[in-house]
Design a protein around this ligand. Structure first.
Ligand SMILES: [Zn+2]
Length: 138
C-alpha cells in the first residue's frame, strides 16, 4: 500500500481553545479510502502553539460497522514533529472503560506487518489533509 494511492476524505472540523495556553486547537476527522474501499478513519489534533503541543494523529482500522466487536477494530496514536512521526502509547484515560476498539501501543505496532500500512496512511493524512497545510512545524 502506497500513500499516494490512499484517498483522504476530510470530515468534520472543530476548533477549541487550549486549556493551558488558550491558543486555538483544531480537531479534524476524516476517512481513508484505498481504491474507493474504506480502509480506516483518523483524527488530527493540532495547536497554533505547535512548539508546546505536537500534532497528534490517531488512525483507526478494522471493522467499524455498527455493532462490530472491539477486538475487530484497532486504534493507533502517532505524534508528528519536526523530525518526523513517532508511535505513542495510549493514555490510561483513553484505555480505561474503552469498549469501542482495541488500543494498539507502540510495541504492538513496531515491526509488525501492519506498521507499513500505518505509515502509508499517516503519510497520506500529512500530505493530503488540507487542514494540516496551515501547520508550521518548528
Ligand atoms: Zn496549550
Amino acid at each position: 500500500m502506497q500513500w499516494e494511492d490512499i484517498t483522504v476524505v476530510e470530515l468534520e472540523t472543530k476548533r477549541t481553545h487550549c486549556d493551558c495556553c488558550q491558543q486555538v486547537t483544531t480537531h479534524g476527522a476524516g476517512d481513508l479510502l484505498w481504491d474507493e474501499d474504506f480502509i480506516g478513519w483518523f483524527t488530527v489534533n493540532f495547536s497554533e502553539n505547535s512548539a508546546s503541543h505536537s500534532p497528534i494523529i490517531k488512525v483507526y482500522v478494522g471493522d467499524w460497522s455498527d455493532g462490530a466487536p472491539a477486538d475487530s477494530r484497532w486504534g493507533v496514536v502517532v505524534s508528528w514533529h519536526s523530525e518526523g512521526c513517532s508511535l505513542l502509547d495510549w493514555d490510561a484515560e483513553d484505555r480505561e472503560g474503552n469498549d469501542l476498539f482495541t488500543c494498539l501501543n507502540r510495541d504492538d505496532v513496531l515491526g509488525s506487518e501492519f506498521a507499513e500500512e500505518l505509515w502509508a496512511m499517516v503519510d497520506a493524512v500529512i500530505t493530503k489533509d488540507s487542514r494540516l497545510k496551515e501547520l508550521q512545524l518548528s
